[in-house]
Design a protein around this ligand. Sequence first.
Ligand code: MOS
Length: 754
Amino acid sequence: MAETTVKPWGETTIVGKPIPRVDGYERVSGGAVYPVDVILPNMLYGATLRCPHPHATVKKIVVGKAREMPGVRAVLTDADPEARVGWYEASGPPGPGGRRMLSRLFDPHCRYEGEEVAAVAAESPQQAWDAVRAIQVEYETQPFVTGMEEALKPGAPAVQEGGNLVGAPRETKRGDIAKGFAEADVVLEETYRSSCVIHAPMEVHGSVAQWDGDRLTVWDTNQGPFGIQSDIATALKMPLSNVRVISHYMGGGFGSKQEAGKYTVIAALLARKTARPVKLFLTREETFLCVGNRPAHIMKLKAGVKKDGTLTAFQLTGLGEVGAYPSDTSVGYQIGDLYTCPNVQIEESQAYINAGRNRAFRAPSFPQGNWALEQMMDALAEKIGMDPVELRLKNIPTVCQMQQNKPYTSTGLRECLTEGARAFGWKEARSRPKGDGPWLRGVGVASSIWMYQNAGNSTAIVKLFADGSVNLNIGAADLGTGTNTVMAMVVAEELGVPLDRIQIENADTGTTQYTDVSGGSKTVLADSPAVRLAALEVKARLLEMAAEQLKVPLSDLVFKDGAILAQGGARKLAITELRRLRGQMVVGVGRRGPDPTDKVVRPFSTDFAEVEVNTRTGEVRVLRMLAAHDSGRVMNLLTYRNQVFGGVVMGIGFAMTERRTMDSSTGKMVNANFHDYKIPTAKDAPGEMTCLPVDPHDTECNINGAKGIGEPATIAVGAAIANAFYHATGLRVTAAPITRAQVLTLLAERKTKG
Ligand code: MOS
């Protein structure tokens, strides 16, 4: 099917509608088999011994006692030659030359509390854990650092050889920053901070590994089986074809499941050693230490603006806290491209500390950068006496300044701001009295841009059987966001087949087609065009069959609601009446075309928040939020809203409740559990949440017109809340999260200053 002949949808009957997940019943009834549910005959259970110290060298390990324990079938340490596999601890593209190997699987040099030291396989999880406790390890502890500023002081303990700075600072520049500040009527400077937020998907991380000769099958909870396949093959030096990774269902990833874990490779090695399948899933407490986080940032931002609202300069000096191993984190993008600004200078550094490293986390680095930029915009607006919505409208970008000023395929930021403000009742809310206390009310706004990822070359296969039922075959993992439902809707739209007659095969490197990881908010835009092209190919074959059967020219036929109409509808042929289809099936293969090269695809958003602050207790409540999003075409209004509401609640976690707390005297994380680490619950969600999609009818981003929502949904939430807090109180909370203690301190400081 030539993609160039495919027109955007006009009126749709299924795409765009609020349709419940096709696998909703399985998911909520317990019928769906997630990797964590997989039980194989003869299966053993793995458990991992982790370093209890923030920084230590393993001097000696004695495993004799553990090996003798009941039910124990294998103990694996760095002394076992098969465990001497290199390991990467850096994100990057999977495969040769991609992720860097930086440590051993059980590195004797442990750089954070929770680093892997040894592993056990036993007949039951209890026996495995008993054996882990029976392993005797002699550690030589070393000095450690738990914060990035401390890590960069002269004489600080080095986390990695070569010091605690991760490489040289990265610089981005455009225009003339000095000229920009000289032209400004108002220049403001502020230092913003954000805390480390821990990955906590519902399904904990883990794998089940099974060998069949030299072929390995792994059920792994992940966001993209092909990346995991590549990670395993690289670590174990195996051909990709011998590694099969399956993840039909998975219980949330948010970026933390884009790569294989050490647990994946450990499970495979234990399974090989014992010649039995091994299941190794982490405990919730383990996941707090070692499956990644959204790193803390310190962002010094200086900005210049003219009295009329024209931005003249942004200068950012940023520092990100990556943990014990290098990883990418860059907050500058948000500052470089959300608004038109001719003079920008960004310098970013990263520091090691003795703690678990970051992994991609729902819009990696964007909420942090947005926290700084959008509070700064709020402050600039106040200084020049302009409404914050107006200031943003004044600086809407028309081209992508970070990419050679190429135009965007669509820019819905203006509509997000104007339609959002109208629907939220911004003007009225902004001028409403704030109250006499102790509860004060305020409203705030923040916008965002998301960096659309290269969508790659997804392939999809649609098979239509003689009874009119369909098998849809796609490589992508559905993270729980409902992408499988969207794909089925595309088939249903094109073929008129009811959704319950479409069976989906997905996320299996052995049986499905290659697609890139479900990350970067790109699953729908990467794969749904391929699905549509596959369905269109099936449709074309069916029309050919009908033309032959009815002995009419192809041009006389139209396809409607799963049937072929001839002679203006006078004759109708159902799919099941096609004689040539009996005893066979029709197969359509769709391959997604490339992304546009002369234009840039970006989603935009604007969040509006109303908060209430108690000036006696420091309590902050988010009363309502309105999220206006330009995501291109909304493919399924119901799952789209789910993404937006989930993103808002996650943003509340970043802004108000979540923080990894390290004890600087022991180097340990003191809140590595759901009791002390506060994930927002339903009771923390705003009483009112509104999702307002703004569809710019993007016909250039891809043939389906969707630009993505998963990550944009959370980026600007925190800053909108902080700005509403400022509106209510006149106090700037520069550090996330806005804890009650911090609010009370700010209130007390103001009182003292008089
Ligand atoms: Mo995402 S942080 O690209 O899974």
